[in-house]
Design a binder for this molecule. Sequence first.
Ligand SMILES: C[S@@+](CC[C@H](N)C(=O)[O-])C[C@H]1O[C@@H](n2cnc3c(N)ncnc32)[C@H](O)[C@@H]1O
Length: 280
Amino acid sequence: MMNLLSDIIREDEKEFSDLKYIIKRKIGFNCEDYKQPHLKRRLAVRLRATESKSYRDYAQVLSKNEDEINKLKETLTVNVTELFRNPETFDSVRNNVLPELIKQKGINKVIKVWSAGCSNGEEPYSIAIMLNEFLGSSAKRYNISIQATDIDDDSIAKAEMAIFQPKQLEKIGQERINRFFVKKDNNYQVIDEVKRLVKVKRHDLISGPKFSGFDIIFCRNVTIYFEQKLQEILYMNFYNALNDGGYFVMGKTETLVGPSTQLFKRFDLKERIFQKREKI
Ligand SMILES: C[S@@+](CC[C@H](N)C(=O)[O-])C[C@H]1O[C@@H](n2cnc3c(N)ncnc32)[C@H](O)[C@@H]1O
């Protein structure tokens, strides 16, 4: 009986690893880097939807059905987001980070921000609006660029459009809608002046190239799904990608771990904002 039971378990685990291998081959998504219980929960969504009884059944569906590949990709990447998500974090960036940053800048008028794991663009356009509001008429004197990256092609395509449905704008207030959006059919598009600050591109945080020279990096609600070892590596990558004195903004439920905890200064712990120490 014991043997039979453990055989079944072994078989499941084997099917699970076979499926992970197929997913890696078909969609380039490295399942091993993600927290395994999270991965299993996400896979269960697709197994149920396709009425697959086992990982092996599902692997067969995946090999025969192109459409399922896209659906799985969507399910695995979890791109839930909203404009000005956690508004209190944006308030802290506006009231505490931006005044310091502008003071540090002096005559250097370049501001570089990275929204890593930008989903459909809600985060980078919120950042662009916030900068525009903060700088007011002096915004023209700054060379602002917001790099928005994500691994998911559908999200990137949406982020490039910068079009949002009326429902998505409900929480941001009429004044912002009037000032920063234009009506496009039944939806709203970010005005050109703000849209052109955001450059969207595909980038895998795990295997993609390293970047540098940023004043602020937002990486919120992305690393939460990754194994701790990988989180530690990514936080060091973010540290290295920042200018001295630059800021790293994490998600409200994320925690800094690994060697970078010794290197970053806690700037606003409640809002998960950290600062790269200035060189002495
Ligand atoms: C829950 S959304 C977070 C969006 C936004 N940052 C926010 O906080 O609202 C997570 C995003 O991370 C992206 N993502 C997942 N793994 C990634 C990876 N390895 N590299 C880049 N982006 C990734 C997903 O595609 C998804 O759009």
